[in-house]
Design a protein around this ligand. Structure first.
Ligand code: HEM
Ligand code: FES
Length: 362
């Protein structure tokens, strides 16, 4: 796998998405500032800006956390998932501006180092409504910084997928810290009680969507028990697999995507090498399985990405008998070619996979 840095390849769709997201965030800031300035004319422009930036960052973090489960529950949300990282970097920029303005406004005039002042200034832990809320914001900002700084695929490859994934799961810790930041801020009367209601709505939405998506995933992970005496598992009928799409089944604890294309059936691991995206929710385009999350491509018969890419996923033996699709649960080494099973339908014009197109990848 290459660890060479490649600049982000923007395409018209990504550009539209970024411009749309930036426009919405700008609109949020303008409306928030306008409403707050009208309702609370006594507030200074600095306080208004700090509040608007914090609220915009927190709102975008809620949206980011909802995109994953929404895309699992309904494929129509998948386009939002492709560019979730861009929204993450925008959210961090807003959070950073909010944190820096707050530090300049409230912690730069004293004798203490401003960062130390955030941590130990106003340290009153005796009653719950006096617990200082800003250290929670600072801790969250540090986590968000690490995530934004390593958001490029260069770091994904260098740190390895498991380490990168573990680091980026830190978003949930950051979220919890920000919720505490706002709760203690509200308790101290620093932030609006209206925000407490918005906070409850956001947290409830994030939890509910994660719960629903988790329940759906658990249903998918139920082991397929149709094991035959020859060691193959009866997965489904050929007709149940839509052309150029897959049926996902669970064999020996691993999700397997069984694709049908141009009169053939092949089975590969469902787990994309990029960020564990669900390959079985993708489709075959120009002879390649395209991961629905960021467009990584794999050949259905070998599980290998077309050149110049080097990712590989495990493959599985497949047979078609009496209209049923049978898959052996033992995986082959990633990238091992397995002869596709033939199905008695007219073959399409071509099933060769062209060379990988870097622009397709996010
Ligand atoms: C160095 C880090 C941070 C510091 C020093 C800080 C400081 C503050 C301060 C002083 C306030 C009260 C502003 C006022 O009403 O006068 C506040 C509110 C808030 N902060 Fe932070 N914060 C930090 C990080 C964050 C982060 C990372 C987020 C979210 C991504 C965040 C979200 C919020 C929100 C949503 C509010 C309430 C805004 C409102 O009242 O409408 N903060 N923060
Ligand atoms: S998870 Fe990113 S391309 Fe598959």
């Amino acid at each position: 796998m290459s660890t060479t840095y490649r600049a982000v390849a923007w395409n018209p769709q990504k550009r539209r998405y970024d411009v749309g997201a930036a426009g919405l965030l700008l609109g949020f800031l303008v409306v928030f500032l306008g409403v707050q300035a009208t309702v609370r004319p006594e507030l200074t422009i600095e306080t208004l800006l700090i509040r608007a930036l914090g609220a915009a960052a927190f709102t975008s973090l809620n949206i980011i956390l909802c995109i994953g489960p929404l895309a699992r529950l309904n494929r129509r949300f998948l386009p939002l998932l492709y560019n979730r990282r861009h929204l993450g970097v925008m959210m961090f920029t807003l959070a950073l501006a909010h944190g820096v303005f707050s530090i300049v406004q409230f912690h730069s005039a004293g004798t203490l180092n401003p960062l130390v002042s955030v941590l130990i200034g106003n340290a009153r832990y005796t009653t719950i409504n006096q617990v200082p809320f800003q250290p929670f914001g600072l801790a969250a900002l540090v986590i968000l910084f690490l995530m934004a700084a390593t958001s490029h695929d260069f770091w994904l490859h260098n740190l390895t997928a498991p380490v990168w994934k573990a680091l980026h799961m830190g978003v949930y810790l950051a979220y919890a810290l920000i919720v505490l930041h706002v709760i203690f801020g509200v308790l101290q009367g620093e932030t609006s009680p209206l925000l407490a209601w918005a906070l409850c709505g956001g947290v409830l939405t994030v939890f509910t969507l994660h719960g629903l998506a988790g329940r759906q995933e658990a249903r998918r992970d139920r082991e397929n028990g149709n094991l035959r005496s020859d060691g193959f598992v009866d997965v489904c009928s050929v007709a149940e697999i839509p052309e150029k799409r897959a049926v996902v089944t669970c064999l020996s604890g691993e999700r397997v995507a069984v694709f049908r294309y141009d009169g053939h059936v092949s089975a590969i691991s469902n787990v994309c090498q990029h960020q564990n995206g669900p390959l079985g929710e993708g489709r075959i385009v120009n002879g390649c399985i395209v991961c629905p999350w960021h467009g990584y491509e794999y050949l259905p018969d070998s599980g290998a990405s077309p050149p110049p890419f080097t990712e590989k996923v495990p493959t599985f033996d497949v047979r078609v008998a009496a209209g049923r699709v049978l898959v052996h649960p033992r995986p082959h080494q990633p990238g091992t070619r397995v002869e596709p099973a033939l199905v008695p339908i007219a073959r399409g014009p071509q099933r060769g996979c062209r060379a990988g197109d870097p622009a397709r990848r996010a």
